[in-house]
Design a protein around this ligand. Structure first.
Ligand code: FES
Length: 279
């Protein structure tokens, strides 16, 4: 069997250009190795414009002049944001190295890297909006479209996938589908494979998430409550006992006097909580 980089024939390609239905069914023929080509049907997920990359055609207007570095007299930049960006810029020999933290700061303020956010960062950093838009479009944690303020990344990479990460993602998406404040996405390895399947809830790593805990976790995410406190990475015991985070009640956990308690009624914040534990 041979691998073909582009399995689309000319007609398929034209159909995709015209916005063929997604997913597009592509037939990769066999090459005489005795295996029927019919075996090689493969679903290629495509967006409505036919691309596998979302939005790559957006924002391109060849007839339009490129936006220049914004005029400080014309752009109102919130003082706190300006100070934060200038602080980042002061940390690098080349101030442009601060583009990612600066955009992240603007995203925290605006909720996403909106045109206003980009313009404000460009104004402070003395860069063109186009430069920063390119950076924002490349990095997965910078949002180039409006999203919910609560960010949940569910790892679907190999360790988590083998231990139910895809099901965790599907279940959380299903339970939080109607909540516009929640931005929930599958994500590549988040570097916490030892607690697979895991997810990051506004930067708080939790795992391994058991099936029975998913409804509680969904409630806690929706309520903005501390997610599964006893499953948080920051509260796991480490080899160097002096390095344990504040609030880890190791003895109580080991003695079984406290543990992951799943609440079945009452407020979402009441379940799986460590009284007095600090983050
Ligand atoms: S595979 Fe999920 S954290 Fe590494």
């Amino acid at each position: 069997m041979s691998l073909r980089r582009d399995p689309l024939g000319p007609l398929d390609r034209e159909a995709v250009r015209q916005g063929a239905d997604v997913p597009t069914r592509v037939h990769v023929p066999g090459d005489g190795d005795g295996i029927s080509g019919e075996l090689f049907h493969h679903e290629v997920h495509r967006f409505a414009d036919g691309s596998r990359v979302p939005g790559w055609r957006e924002g391109h207007d060849p007839g339009k002049d490129a936006a220049e570095v914004p005029d400080p007299a014309q752009v109102a930049v919130p003082e706190d944001l300006r100070a934060e960006i200038e602080d980042y810029m002061s940390r690098y020999p080349d101030p442009r190295s601060a583009a990612i933290p600066a955009l992240a700061a603007a995203q925290r303020l605006h909720g996403w890297c909106s045109p206003d956010a980009i313009e404000q960062v460009a104004c402070v950093m003395r860069l063109t909006p186009g430069y920063l838009t390119a950076v924002a479009g490349f990095y997965d944690m910078l949002e180039t479209r409006p999203v919910g303020r609560k960010t949940v990344y569910v790892c679907t990479n190999i360790s988590c996938s083998l231990r139910g990460g895809d099901e965790l993602l599907a279940a959380l998406k299903g339970q939080l589908a109607d909540d516009p404040d929640v931005n929930i996405r599958g994500f590549e390895c988040l570097g916490a494979c030892d607690i697979a399947p895991m997810c990051s809830v506004d930067g708080v790593y939790v795992g391994p998430v058991d099936d029975a805990e998913i409804p509680v976790l969904a409630e806690q995410i929706a309520a903005g409550a501390d997610p599964l406190p006893l499953k948080q990475l920051v509260r796991r015991r480490v080899a160097d006992t002096a390095a344990n985070s504040d609030g880890v009640e190791v003895e109580a956990i080991e003695a079984g006097t406290i543990g992951p308690v799943l609440h079945t009624d009452g407020p979402a914040t009441g379940g799986n909580d460590i009284p007095g534990a600090a983050r």
